[in-house]
Design a protein around this ligand. Structure first.
Ligand SMILES: CC(C)(COP(=O)(O)OP(=O)(O)OC[C@H]1O[C@@H](n2cnc3c(N)ncnc32)[C@H](O)[C@@H]1OP(=O)(O)O)[C@@H](O)C(=O)NCCC(=O)NCCS
Length: 218
């Protein structure tokens, strides 16, 4: 891992602290950043296929999330060097509803991601995440955040989160996320999130932590 104290890391942190909304021109780089970031994520690894096509499968899934939820939702954030990216769902799109033809198109994408045998894992995850997702208050939902593995642990994720949360605080809105890795729980706690539930998508599935953050007055 590169040195977090180097000048280059300092510059990368600075860029992540001043993110911009991703546009269609950023699509491929953002997909690559997220695909690489989640290579060893416990939840994605459980849902996804385990064979030689696993990277390809994850990429297909992020292509879908970025193209169908991130870019249209207008809350997909990245920095100029694509060191980090975050996809939020704003309150007005909370139901994440897709037209039926997009749902139909989603099926082959999920199959590319999971392989045929993994469809039931994807379904179990969707149901468990939906069941635990708070629905009573309008909020921002952090669907995914990732840092290029070469630059993880250098403060890029924190810088991007902090910038996004400052904008969400300015709207006076709370936010929610599911941590798919125990390692990230302290990071989110430092940013003001509290664990409100812990669940598994299936008895043999990995744990997830549902975390909520009230808006902070600044
Ligand atoms: C989680 C993630 C976005 C954090 O961004 P980051 O720039 O690596 O993290 P920062 O340097 O700002 O903060 C470091 C903290 O992040 C957490 N962390 C999670 N994964 C980490 C990793 N691979 N390397 C270093 N820190 C990591 C730890 O809590 C760490 O705090 P610590 O040093 O006290 O243990 C990034 O590590 C990542 O993309 N991980 C893989 C994908 C993922 O887990 N996404 C979030 C899903 S909920």
């Amino acid at each position: 891992m590169a040195d977090a104290h180097s000048d280059a890391a300092f510059e990368r942190r600075k860029r992540a602290a001043q993110p911009r909304r991703a546009t269609a021109a950023d699509r491929e780089q953002v997909i690559e950043c997220l695909t690489a970031a989640f290579a060893t994520d416990p939840v994605m690894s459980w849902i996804g296929r385990k064979d030689a096509k696993r990277d390809q499968g994850r990429r297909a899934m992020f292509r879908f999330l970025v193209g169908k939820l991130g870019l249209p939702g207008g809350e997909l954030w990245t920095a100029d060097d694509y060191g980090a990216a975050a996809l939020w769902i704003p309150p007005e799109r909370a139901d994440m509803k897709l037209p039926w033809w997009e749902e139909v198109r989603l099926l082959p994408t999920i199959m590319t991601f999971t392989g045929i045998g993994g469809l039931s894992r994807a379904d179990a995850f969707r149901k468990a995440a939906d069941k635990h997702h708070p629905k009573d208050k309008p909020h921002f939902y952090l669907m995914t955040v990732g840092v290029n593995p070469k630059f993880q642990g250098q403060g890029l994720g924190s810088a991007l989160l902090e910038a996004n949360l400052a904008a969400i605080d300015a709207k006076g809105l709370p936010s929610y996320l599911e941590s798919s890795n125990e390692k990230n729980v302290p990071l989110y706690r430092r940013h003001g999130y509290q664990v409100i539930n812990e669940f598994r998508p299936a008895p043999d599935g990995p744990p997830l932590w549902g975390m909520w953050r009230e808006a902070k007055a600044r």
